[in-house]
Design a protein. Sequence first.
Length: 142
Amino acid sequence: MDAESARAFLLGLPDVAETMQWGENLVYWVGDKTIGGKMFAVVNLGSPRAVISFAAGPERFAELVEVEGCFPAPYLARAHWVAVESWDALGAAELKELLRRACELVHAKLPKRTRDVLGMSAAEKRKVIAGRKKLLSSRAAR
């Protein structure tokens, strides 16, 4: 796996949005950030220390930090996130399953109002997200 194949996989998961933040980092959210979505994975495009970080949950966190090439994610370890130092530290199938699970873990913890929006039809969802983005940009312009 590499950054492009990870990106394609992550964007194929339901209700996933992508942003570029903190320099050269692709951040993946369950639900758009403007409606209360939460991040579940970060692909580091420029970091020499880690290529990807993701939510692992308490049980998998303890197991994964014992795997060579995996370590507690800086700043997010307290939330049971792990970081992977190279794309070949884990097999592609295992990494995909871990990323799918990260998405599910974070989705389960979303606020009810965010889950309600994600349950709408695609057209309704787009309308709500566009309205929210418009509101936030008008507030920022003040």
